[in-house]
Design a protein around this ligand. Structure first.
Ligand SMILES: [Zn+2]
Length: 339
C-alpha cells in the first residue's frame, strides 16, 4: 500500500509500505475513504517535537472495514467506520467515565500512521463507530472531521462548560478552533467570540456561529474581551493552539470562577503564580473523541452540522508533501487526502 512517512523536518514522502494485517484478535483492517493532515502533525514536521524517523504519519481516518479479527463482534466487514487518534477498549473504568483517550489499553493511531491506503485499528469494537449506512460522498469530509478536529473542538467546548447563557471565547482559528465555535453554538452558548486575523477563517467562524471577531492578541486581545464581557472576562474559554502564549491568553480571558477548556497540545511552561491567582477551572488534554462520536455521527448524518467545511483543500494522497506545506504555510486550514 501507499503511505506517508516522515524522514526529517519538512521531508514527508509517500512510499510503498507493507499492507497491514490482523495482529491481535481484536483488530480490524480498514480501507481509508479519506484521511488528512492535522495541526499536531506539524509539531514533528517542523522539528519542534522530536520523533524517531522514519515515522509513519497520520491519525485521522474514515473508511470501510475490510477484515476483522476473530474476537471482534460488533464491527463487520463492509461497515463505514470512524475512529479517533487513540484506540480504546471503551470498557475500562476510565473509558466508562468518558476519558477514552486515557484508556488503560489505549494505543496511539499516529504510530500506525493513517495517511495511507489501509490501516490496522486496534480494539476495533471499542474504537470504531459505524455510520447507519455507507454515506454519500459529500458527507465524507464531515465524518473525517469527526475523527479528530470536530471531536477535539467539541471536547474543548464541553470542558469549558459552554452552554446557554454563557459567553465563550475561542483562542485559535485552525480547524479545531473553528469547530469549537460550531460546538459552542450547538451547545447553546449565547455569545461566541472568535479570535482570528484571517479573513477566510473569520468568515467560516461566523458561519459556524461566532457573534464577534477579535483580531487583537496579547494584552490588547485581553482588553477587547473585557470590553465585550462587562469588564469581567468570559465564562468559557477554549484554547485551541497549544503555545504558552495562547494558553496564557486563554487564562487571561477567563473570569474568576470561569472555565478554560484546553485542547491544543500545550508546549512550554506555565507560570504557577498566574495560574493560582486566575481562579479559573482548567480542564483539557487529548480529547476523548470516542465519547462524542455517536452524537456527532448523528448530527452529521442528519445534516444538522457541516464540519467538513474546514477541509478546504483536497489532494490525492500521493501529494501529501504539498498538503503539509499548504498547512504549514497556512495556505490551507486543513487538507483532505484521497487515497
Ligand atoms: Zn478503556
Amino acid at each position: 500500500m501507499r503511505g506517508a512517512v516522515l524522514y526529517a523536518p519538512h521531508d514527508v514522502r509517500i512510499e510503498d509500505r507493507p499492507d497491514p494485517t490482523i495482529v491481535e484478535p481484536t483488530d480490524a483492517i480498514i480501507r481509508l475513504s479519506a484521511t488528512c493532515v492535522c495541526g499536531s502533525d506539524l509539531w514533528p514536521y517542523r522539528g519542534i517535537e522530536g520523533v524517531e524517523v522514519p515515522a509513519p504519519m497520520g491519525h485521522e481516518y474514515v473508511g470501510i472495514v475490510e477484515e476483522v479479527g476473530p474476537s471482534v463482534t460488533t464491527i463487520k466487514p463492509g461497515h463505514f467506520v470512524i475512529g479517533s487518534f487513540f484506540a480504546s477498549d471503551n470498557t475500562c473504568e476510565i473509558c466508562r467515565a468518558g476519558y477514552q483517550s486515557s484508556c488503560i489499553h489505549r494505543e496511539l493511531m499516529g504510530r500506525i500512521g493513517t495517511q495511507a491506503e489501509l490501516a490496522r485499528v486496534p480494539l476495533a469494537d471499542g474504537t470504531l463507530v459505524a455510520t447507519p449506512d455507507v454515506p454519500p460522498d459529500d458527507l465524507i469530509p464531515s465524518f473525517l472531521a469527526a475523527s479528530d478536529v470536530l471531536g477535539t473542538g467539541w471536547f474543548g467546548a464541553v470542558a469549558a462548560e459552554a452552554g446557554p447563557g454563557k459567553n465563550v471565547v475561542v483562542v485559535g482559528d485552525g480547524a479545531v478552533g473553528l469547530l469549537a465555535v460550531l460546538a459552542a453554538k450547538q451547545l447553546g452558548a449565547e455569545r461566541i467570540i472568535a479570535m482570528s486575523r484571517h479573513e477566510t477563517r473569520q468568515r467560516l467562524a461566523r458561519e459556524f456561529g461566532a457573534t464577534d471577531i477579535i483580531e487583537e492578541r496579547g494584552d490588547e486581545g485581553a482588553a477587547r474581551i473585557k470590553d465585550l464581557t462587562k469588564g469581567l472576562g468570559a465564562h468559557s474559554v477554549i484554547e485551541a493552539v497549544g503555545t504558552r502564549e495562547s494558553m496564557l491568553q486563554a487564562i487571561g480571558a477567563t473570569r474568576p470562577g470561569g472555565h478554560v477548556g484546553y485542547v491544543g497540545v500545550t508546549h512550554g511552561d506555565l507560570p504557577g503564580d498566574q495560574l493560582f491567582f486566575s481562579h479559573t477551572h482548567l480542564h483539557g488534554g487529548p480529547a476523548p473523541v470516542r465519547r462524542f462520536l455517536p452524537e456527532l455521527i448523528e448530527l452529521i448524518w442528519n445534516r444538522t452540522i457541516d464540519p467538513g467545511k474546514v477541509l478546504d483543500l483536497t489532494l490525492p494522497l500521493d501529494q501529501v508533501a504539498e498538503g503539509y506545506r499548504a498547512m504549514d504555510e497556512r495556505r490551507a486550514i486543513k487538507p483532505l487526502l484521497c487515497p
